[in-house]
Design a protein around this ligand. Sequence first.
Ligand code: FAD
Length: 509
Amino acid sequence: MQLIWFKKDLRTQDHRPLYEAAKRGPSVCLYIYEPELIHSEEFDTSHLEFINQSLVELDQALRALGGCLILRVGEVINVLSELHRDHPIEALWSHEETGNGVTYARDIRVKDWTQANQIPWHEFPQTGVVRRLEHRDGWSRRRNQMMACNLVAVPDSIQMVEGLDIGRICKPKEFDLPECQKTQLINGGERSADNLLQSFLKSRGQHYSREMSSPVTAHDACSRLSASITWGCISVRQIVHALRQRQDEVRLARQEGVATGGWLTSLKSFDARLSWHCHFMQKLEDEPRIEFENMSRAYDGLREDEFSQERFEAWRDGQTGYPMIDACMRALKQHSWINFRMRAMLVSFASYHLWLHWREPAIYLAKHFLDFEPGIHFSQVQMQSGTTGINTVRIYSPTKQVKDQDPSGEFIKQYVPELSGVADKHLPEPHKMSRDDQTKSGCWIGRDYPEPIVDHLTAYRSARDRIYAVRQQSSAREEARRVVEKHGSRKGPSRKGPSRRLSGPRANA
Ligand SMILES: Cc1cc2nc3c(=O)[nH]c(=O)nc-3n(C[C@H](O)[C@H](O)[C@H](O)COP(=O)(O)OP(=O)(O)OC[C@H]3O[C@@H](n4cnc5c(N)ncnc54)[C@H](O)[C@@H]3O)c2cc1C
């Protein structure tokens, strides 16, 4: 029996383990609900619902090929041992996973188990991440080669192994998870991923590069493919192939004199972000400790002892007194998604204005991101909180973000209804309204909407000074050189060392 272990690769297309195993004989397609993962602090009911939708569709697709999906609940080694006892496993097939500490440790146990039982375990990459990478030189080229390879065909058929209990889809309550309260979520499954891709490439994405930063427009203008990529309902390579085809079409149209208004720029930006996906995941692959520890050790001790639970809760609950922060947090909790700039602003506010260590906010956000991808998430959170030591320090001004990204207050008023009567000009800083304006707007600061939790300028200056006090130390520069060497993208000035990148902070970014 060939055993195909589906993890975060819930699809049949461009799935090498499925293709390779199916051509070798009777095969079992297995998904394991792992209580250890489901009960981890980053996991949410919305994740399970997305997984379940994807599993239902995956099962249908496998049945069309003559197979089906076998479902089990339990610790992976126990599940594998039980299967192996009744139906000896000839080989185990799966994709490589760059996951969190739980999956990392689990994969080590699986490796040991397969070796002890003399079962070959064939693992294949499914993103541009390279296992056991020695250094970053030439990484981009390798990643691009991987993306340019042909897509793996769906097998013509799957030979079933008879006599196995199929198992069943498990509902959240079976794991003591609460009901999902979120709305307008992206659906799981290959069909939904394909629909998102097509609608983005054919219509929604035209003004992507212009509209991705505002939470008012990003919802439709961004691809919204992240959750589908995270859970593997579509591979990055499938997206890259469709993108190349679309770029060719648009270029051809342009040569023929058709106006292509913004498409080429938007498709190029999208392309860059798909490569960032792999670039950020490679960081966690190369240094798994960054899930828990500062990327640059020079920042150890900077925030750890100053964690304020009260500040964290105000941030978490969308009650900071800064409308853009509060609206984003509340929108995120409702829909499990917020755009890149707003994610960066939320982390920047928690890390700089509130001086919270990044780990707790990161876990909270991970739970609420339907697309939680440890490699991207922890690298991005560290980048936005200044602990990589190599990136420009960006301290977002939450008031400027209102003026730039939601000048008419459409987004803020939707998610912070207490401010619905407040005039647009007061939305960046409602606490500065006169008593008359507060009466007119029906919003009393301190009663209906909180006073700002911190003063922006004071908090900004303090954070900037403290971060730069570390950054200027020679030990921090030394550590920055190590980080660039290990994780740098090998593009632009970072190659030569971090010095130019360590110049002044970007306030009010
Ligand atoms: C603090 C923070 C945490 C983040 N955590 C995650 C996470 O857990 N999972 C996740 O997929 N993305 C994460 N991102 C990156 C980015 O915000 C999301 O990928 C994006 O908002 C998802 O929406 P989309 O699919 O419409 O993206 P699009 O803009 O349409 O981009 C297409 C794809 O490119 C990739 N991508 C886009 N932006 C980035 C980026 N900056 N870095 C790496 N890859 C990118 C994603 O796979 C995305 O689906 C995080 C960003 C920040 C600032």
